[in-house]
Design a protein around this ligand. Structure first.
Ligand code: C2E
Ligand code: CA
Ligand code: CA
Length: 529
């Protein structure tokens, strides 16, 4: 249950670790997109303004030249030639005209008889420029024109003279304002005059306003402001494009990760279910590794070691499943199975060898389980063995709950069953419980036997353990003896019993029985001699 929780937590963290950066990237993309769009809007506002400045400059220049010419009759043939020349040399102005009483009297196109009425100006600037935003002229009926005039001289231009700029941005608003007036003098849509307030005393500004990124730029030469507003749709489209790519990628990675975690979780629970099935299907068996007398070489005991061969032939080593069984609490069921297998395997050995012993490994949970005692007792009953024919091996890890373990050890020994401390020296607090607990044997761990004959400082440890065991009255059994040198060393220090591949690997029950039978016949032969 804890593991599931942990895996769930890890999955959550993993998802957060993946989705988090995606959102961060999207937010970054949005911020950058916004910045890009601000720059784009500013560029457009500046371009519009440059055009408007250009138009204004051509108008004032034409005006100045006509004023300088100072014609007494503005509509004289001579002055109209000048108007025509000025209109011709300008790039934004369609025509130059002379206006009197709101009537266009003559222009670069020609005289207009009684004059064409053009209406009152929309704006008259403090400098005296009258601006008519939209005028319909009879000789240019297709489109409205804008007319700016001063001292009677007027420039006729297309309404979008400043707005006709090249851009890939769709739906943008462009406008030119005369500062101080709320009306745009040119505009391709409805631009909010309130935006102008944002400019304050600066030269340019850009900001997000409703669905638009708005930019304003103030002219350095004229009282004009260029305005560009770019729809935000354009921005979100870019972010959406990125999200369309990033989010599925992130989701796929997250799903993959979760799948891996679920697989791991499943796999972990399957070992447990596999063990449960193994118990049902009798997949567990025992092998027996002899303990030999170092002086006579005779087999005096055997340690039962569990083996797991699955129906499909797969062998799972005890180092893999025993820790898992201990973790999940299944170990008590496994111990129960081991004890019943022992009872089945070796019931008839003890008539010929009344001192032969069988060792069984117990785990921490077994030492805390009341049932263990009755299971051990049942083995003795069923097999007819004497209690001292049974040895339980408990590791230091088994003494974690020291008080309960001590009680269980006492009860086991009260029954006459012997107790060995297994893997001695690999745990901690070895001495404290060794001196406070009644035990029979001490098994020196293989890792210490391995140091024998080596130069390592640790090679002194086996000697110390042997001396200590003797002072505590414990019989020493050396584990994992693989070389004759190790055996000699142990023999020299008075160790009587050993176990290891030097003497024998663990053997099946039938082989153990065979070995004991032949030993018995030799002894019988000796007795009759
Ligand atoms: P252990 O109780 O220390 O058992 C001794 C292990 O060392 C056995 O491995 C044995 O095959 C191996 N061994 C013996 N002599 C030598 C040697 O000379 N050289 C080397 N390299 N190895 C040697 P195994 O059978 O794989 O068991 C491993 C561990 O699994 C055992 O260590 C024990 O902790 C646990 N185990 C095995 N059977 C049982 C069981 O029935 N119940 C419980 N609770 N644990 C068991
Ligand atoms: Ca053992
Ligand atoms: Ca051991």
């Amino acid at each position: 249950m804890h593991k599931r929780l942990a895996i769930g937590l890890i999955a959550l963290i993993a998802i957060a670790a993946i989705i988090g950066p995606i959102f961060a990237a999207l937010s970054l993309a949005r911020t950058r997109g916004l910045q890009d769009q601000r720059n784009e809007a500013l560029r457009l506002a500046t371009t519009v303004l440059a055009r408007a400045d250009g138009v204004a400059q051509e108008f004032f220049s034409a005006h100045d030249q006509l004023m300088r010419a100072g014609a007494s009759n503005p509509c004289s043939e001579e002055n109209m030639v000048l108007m025509r020349r000025l209109a011709f040399s300008s790039s934004h102005l369609r025509a130059i005209a002379y206006i009197a009483n709101n009537r266009l009297v003559c222009s670069s196109i020609g005289p207009h008889a009684d004059g064409v009425y053009i209406g009152l100006p929309d704006i008259v600037t403090p400098r005296g420029v009258a601006i008519r935003k939209s005028v319909k002229l009879p000789f240019a009926a297709d489109y409205d024109v804008r007319i700016s005039s001063m001292d009677g001289y007027a420039a006729i231009m297309a309404q979008d003279a400043a707005l006709d700029i090249d851009t890939h941005v769709k739906g943008m608003l462009l406008s030119v304002f005369y500062t101080g007036f709320d009306l745009p003098i040119a505009s391709n849509g409805s631009v909010n005059p309130a935006w102008l307030a944002q400019l304050k005393s600066g030269d340019s500004v850009s900001f997000l306003e409703g669905n638009y990124v708005v930019a304003l730029h103030r002219s350095a030469r004229y009282n004009l402001v260029g305005v560009a507003a770019v729809p935000v749709v354009y921005l979100t489209q870019n972010v959406r494009k990125l999200a369309l790519f990033m989010v599925p990628l992130g989701a796929a990675t997250a799903i993959l990760l979760i799948a891996v975690l679920v697989y791991i979780a499943r796999h972990q629970t399957t070992l447990q279910t596999m063990m449960r099935t193994a118990l049902k299907r009798q997949e567990f068996s025992l092998v027996y590794q002899p303990v030999i007398d170092l002086h006579t070489g005779r087999w005096v005991a055997a340690e039962a070691l569990i083996r797991w061969r699955r129906l499909n032939g797969e062998v799972i080593p005890p180092d893999v499943f025993i820790p898992e069984a201990e973790r999940t609490g299944m170990i008590t069921q496994i111990t129960e199975r081991v004890l019943s297998l022992v009872a089945h395997d070796i019931s008839h050995h003890f008539k010929a060898f009344p001192d032969f012993a069988i060792g069984v490994n117990l785990s921490a949970a077994d030492l805390e389980n009341e049932r263990t005692l009755s299971l051990l007792y049942r083995v003795i009953k069923v097999t007819g063995m004497a209690p001292h024919n049974l040895v339980v091996e408990a590791t230091e890890r088994g003494f974690i709950n020291a008080e309960e373990a001590r009680q269980m050890i006492n009860d086991i020994r009260t029954l006459g069953i012997r107790v060995a401390i297994d893997d001695f020296g690999t745990g901690y607090s070895s001495l404290s419980y060794l001196t406070s607990m009644a035990l029979d044997h001490l098994k020196i761990d293989k890792s210490f036997i391995d140091t024998i004959g080596k130069d390592a400082v640790a090679s002194h440890v086996p000697g110390h353990i042997i001396a200590m065991a003797r002072s505590l009255n414990l019989t020493v059994i050396a584990e994992g003896v693989e070389t004759a040198e190790q055996a000699d060393y142990l023999r020299e220090r008075g160790v009587q019993f050993a176990q290891g591949w030097l003497f024998s690997r663990a053997v099946p029950a039938a082989e153990l029985a065979q070995k004991l039978k032949s030993m018995a016949s030799v002894i019988r032969k000796m007795d009759t001699l």
